[in-house]
Each structure stands twice: as structure tokens, then as C-alpha cells.
Design a protein around this ligand. Sequence first.
Ligand code: ADP
Ligand code: MG
Length: 337
Amino acid sequence: ATMPPLLSAIANAGRHGVLVKSAVVMERLGRVDAAALDKTGTLTEGTPRVTDVRPLPGSGLDGSGLDEDGLDEDGLLALAAAAEHPSEHPLARAVLTAARARGLTPAPATDFTSTPGVGVRATVDGHVVAVTAPSELPLAATELNGTDRAAAAGPERAGRSAVAEPEQAERAERASRAAAVVAELEEAGRTAVLVFWDGVPVGVLGVADRLRPDAGATVAALEALTGVPPLLLTGDNPRAARQLAAEAGITEVRAGLLPQDKVAAVREWEAAGRRVLVVGDGVNDAPALAAAHVGVAMGRAGSDLALETADAVVVRDELATVPAVVALSRRARSLVV
Ligand code: ADP
Ligand code: MG
């Protein structure tokens, strides 16, 4: 007997290196009429490299354990690597690779937590080390300052704010120095990552990633298939995102998004009558993959959560196979009727 068209399309997609999880998904792929792509690990190769290691100079804070000159480059990288160790984020792997390349051994970390689209936090040598997006910087300069902490401790402790004032000035000074480094790196198209030590910014890392070789062709093919320009959805900063998007031929960019913002963008489009194809790789993409008409995960470096949530998985790590399976589905559907 000949195989039903949708089943042979699934087999065919498999030969292209795409695992389509069901006949229903194979059928839906042909109906998508809009596409949204994640940046890091999806439009890019997902193997970002640390290009800049910038400790913030300045005297140590009271009880911070930092010496007069703060951290040196290796110290900063080792600290970041210690906190990033358990993370499966591409940025975490970049930090660990850079630390290893310098022969550094990260200290053991406990109490690891990660916030998708924001960063990680862990306890290292009894201190809280956080490695995050620059969006956390204003918080460090304000919420964590000495006065607020004293106020939070209750009125009987309010007198402490006088003692804490120099510390607060130091924090604000460090935050503004960090912001300047962040702006400089982002201007150069890098992703800036901040390192905090007990809430104090102690350094900035610059990270750069390459566009996939088939990114431009994929964007063009998706636009031809759907009739609308594909949208880039990213948690990264607008400057780095726009530069990369332009290289891939993407004009529609939404940056600085948290996982729920990616979902909102998909829902907005679907409310306007579009059936949205979402392609992503990260834990931060999982909710959007679930909300999409069809969610496709990049398999090689994709997080387990993305692979489980997605309706289809790109196993062979070629982005251009995504529009190829959309076309496959359309051909199969024309045979089904
Ligand atoms: P994208 O949407 O482009 O895949 P993410 O949402 O995964 O990016 O991450 C958005 C931003 O959050 C990153 O650019 C980075 O600043 C920060 N971030 C997320 N995870 C980490 C991590 N493990 N270490 C450092 N920064 C992180
Ligand atoms: Mg990603």
C-alpha cells in the first residue's frame, strides 16, 4: 500500500533532518502564514564567544573581600564561571569555555537559580554571585543600596543609613561605570553580560555570536512562504539584535523580551488572524513554542524544555530545513484534500 501523504511527508521531513512529532503537526506546518524567530541559538550559531573581559576598577566595598583594585580579568571570569557552571544557556557555555581557555578552575557554587531571559545567581564562597542581562543594573544601583536595606530592616535600624552612605555612593559610581562599559560593548554589536558580587556590579563581559550561514536564505524563504516579513524575538539588547537582524535581512525586531513577552507577541499576531510558526532553542522560548500554531526547536544546542515543548525538532542543525518542511507540508496537503 502507498503511505498516506502526511506520513510520507513526515518521513521526508526526517530525511531533511527535521523530526515532526505527529501527522497533525505535519498538516499544521503547511498552514502557517507568519514566522517568528529567536536570536541566540536560532538565528545565530549558538556558540557565542567571550570577546571582552572588563573588571570594574575601584576600591573594594566594606566587607566585600575585594582588594583595593577590585578583581583582575581572571578573577572576574572565574567568578562568572562559578555561577554559570550549572546553566545550559549558550552564554553560560561561552563563559565556561573562556575560563577554561585561561586555565581557570571555577570555585564550587551552591543555591543555583536561573531566571530565563535574565540570568543566573549562585552562592560562591559564601557570597551571592549573579551573572545577568544589563537590565538588572538599575536595580543594583537603587534597590540594593544601603539606605533601602536599612529601611527594610525596620525603623529601629534606620540610623544605619548614615553609615551606609559612602557604600551607597560607591555602588552608584560602580553602576554608572558599568553602564558606560555596557553601552560601549553594545554599540560594537556585542551582548553585554554583568557580573554582580553581593549585589555590587564588579565587571562586564562582552560576548559575540555568529549568524548561521543559512540565516539569510531562511528568512527570505519564510517571507516568500508566508507573505509577511519574519519577526525577530529576543531577550537580548536592541542594539545587538538590530545589527544581527539586518545581516539576516530581518526588519521587524522585538528586543529585551522576557519569555512571557515572546508569548504576548505571538498571541498578538494570532489575534490579528495569523497562524504563527515560532522557531527557538531556549528555556526562554518554551512558552512561545507552546503558544505558537507550530513551535519548532533547534535540536543540537536546544534546551530539553524547548525540545519537549516543540511540535517539531530540527535535528540536523540546519535552519533552512524549517521553510523546507513548510513547503513539504503544503505539497502533502494538496495531495490530501
Ligand atoms: P535570546 O532570546 O536571544 O535567545 P535569552 O532570552 O536567552 O536570549 O537571554 C536574554 C538575555 O538574558 C541575554 O542576552 C543575557 O543578557 C541574559 N541572560 C540569560 N541567561 C543568561 C545566563 N545564563 N548568563 C548570563 N546572562 C544571561
Ligand atoms: Mg535562544
